[in-house]
Design a protein around this ligand. Sequence first.
Ligand SMILES: [Fe+2]
Ligand SMILES: [Fe+2]
Length: 175
Amino acid sequence: MATTAKATSKTTQARRTRRTGRRDPLAISLLKKDHREVAGWFDEYEQLEGDAEKQALFNKIALALKVHTQIEEEIFYPEERGDIEDDMLDEAYVEHDGAKKLIAEIEGMKPSEQYYDAKVKVLGEYITHHVKEEEQPGGLFAQAKKGDEDLDAMGERLKARKEELMAELGGKKPN
Ligand SMILES: [Fe+2]
Ligand SMILES: [Fe+2]
């Protein structure tokens, strides 16, 4: 029965969490959730044919990436300086800058233009690479989790700042 299956899987989940230590702290789970969301949108983009749909989805991707990189740069990265290797953190900032430049280029184009789709695709690949750097074993998130910061409390601040920025950057209509 469904209820039994559900209860069983919950028990299994609890056991697994206990065995592996603990669940991700809020800061990490929020940032990972953003990563999954935007990866899904990049996949979705591949299926689109119409320019208007492409434009609308790209705008959603661009807003999400701007807000995500900004909360990482304002809160997560600086507060983790010391817990995460300097080189790794520096590279993350440089990767954000590269992504922002590509986003700005795409924003200056129309979906009908040559290389628009290619640029969106390359941006997606670039983000996949960056996300791997953050999430892989020994990566930024793993190092952060070993550090001293209270990542649950930081998660609350990330969440609040994200809401502010979504309203601020998302409320503004381009053109
Ligand atoms: Fe991230
Ligand atoms: Fe990042």
